[in-house]
Design a protein around this ligand. Structure first.
Ligand code: GH3
Ligand code: MG
Ligand code: MG
Ligand code: MG
Ligand code: MG
Length: 308
């Protein structure tokens, strides 16, 4: 049994499961054609308060994963009718939607090449049946923790912590990607809050930060289907994979919302200047550069407006 001082002690495992599940239980799909094995794995998982779903073959597993995006982990047997475990893993890993699914392959003893097959197809780990309960629990928790760490690191690298918008690195990565897919129909806007230095000077940096946080939320609401990033400081960038009209309408809505809103107890009103670029250009950087020049012009013309 799991010893008290182990990294994977019962208490540690329970804590990880509770942290990852946000009190709803981590959903685990067990794909296994033998009902005895399924029940056995269910019991092991339920000891640690996992929320277990079952499938009798790879095809049923795929259908359940497609309809329930809350499933975080798949434990799959190799030999199953219709679609076997290896084919299932291959199909899942070809689909971007299932990149973060934790997958553990299972198989009865006998074929040493199976573990390599599972891992090469994209499984996170592999277990040979019969296995020790302790090893099962350790591997399950280890894989879940590794995945959690990966997602945390990804967020830290890509998300601005104050505004919760994507950061500048993401803007250029995803913007270049959009540009290479569809450079002819792309529109970019640079946004810069007006006189923000004097807001800081009047109300202090802490209020300034609160305002930026709130504006981040407003930007996420106002531009739901486009790439929206914090460019730096009080500057933001939105990139739409479409002509300029749609983006212009969204920007008008955002500027209207800002004008009519009072932030914090001090009833602070913010305005924002915007420069757009909606003409085809040779590079993503050039789209940004032209939008930035138009932003400068919007400032020069008196702020609180869009120049395109
Ligand atoms: P303009 O209308 O010309 O854009 O005037 P501005 O004052 O907004 O422009 P400027 O570029 O001179 O100043 C930007 C200000 O934004 C200065 C800086 O203190 C503030 N700022 C940038 N990042 C942050 C931040 O993370 N938190 C806070 N509180 N302020 C920030
Ligand atoms: Mg089987
Ligand atoms: Mg600025
Ligand atoms: Mg400035
Ligand atoms: Mg500014």
């Amino acid at each position: 049994y799991i010893t008290k001082d182990s990294r994977y002690s019962f208490n540690h495992v329970i804590k990880v499961v509770e942290r990852l599940s946000k009190n709803q239980g981590i959903k685990v799909l067990v794909a296994e054609d033998s009902s005895t094995s399924r029940l056995f794995i269910r019991i092991l998982l339920e000891q640690y308060r996992f929320n277990v779903i079952e499938a009798e073959n790879g095809q049923e597993a795929l259908a359940k994963l497609e309809e329930d995006s809350d499933i975080r982990m798949l434990i799959t047997d190799y030999n199953m009718p219709l679609v076997n475990g290896y084919e299932l893993v291959r199909m899942l890993r070809y689909n971007a939607r299932f990149q973060d699914l934790v997958i553990i392959g299972l198989s009865a003893e006998g074929d040493n090449a199976l573990s390599a097959k599972f891992i090469k197809a994209g499984a996170n780990d592999f277990l040979k049946k019969p296995f020790y309960h302790e090893e099962f629990h350790c591997r399950v928790v280890h894989s879940l923790e590794a995945q959690e760490m990966l997602e945390t690191i990804r967020d830290l690298a890509n998300i601005d912590p104050l505004t919760k918008l994507k950061n500048r690195r993401c803007l250029f990565d995803e913007g270049e990607q959009l540009f290479s897919n569809n450079s002819s129909e792309m529109s970019v806007a640079m946004l810069d809050l007006d006189h923000f230095k004097s807001i800081n000077d009047t109300y202090g940096h802490i209020i300034g930060d609160e305002l930026l946080e709130a504006v981040g939320q407003d930007i996420r609401n106002a531009f739901p289907d486009v790439l929206a990033c914090r460019f730096g400081g009080e500057e933001f960038c939105v990139v739409a994979n479409a002509g300029g009209l749609h983006l212009h309408n969204m920007l008008e809505g955002f500027l209207d919302g800002l004008r009519s809103k009072e932030f914090t107890d001090a009833k602070i009103v913010l305005t924002c200047s915007v420069g757009m670029c909606c003409q085809p250009k040779d590079s993503f950087e050039e789209l940004i550069r032209v939008a930035d020049n138009n932003l400068y012009e919007a400032k020069r013309l008196g702020r609180d407006r869009i120049v395109s």
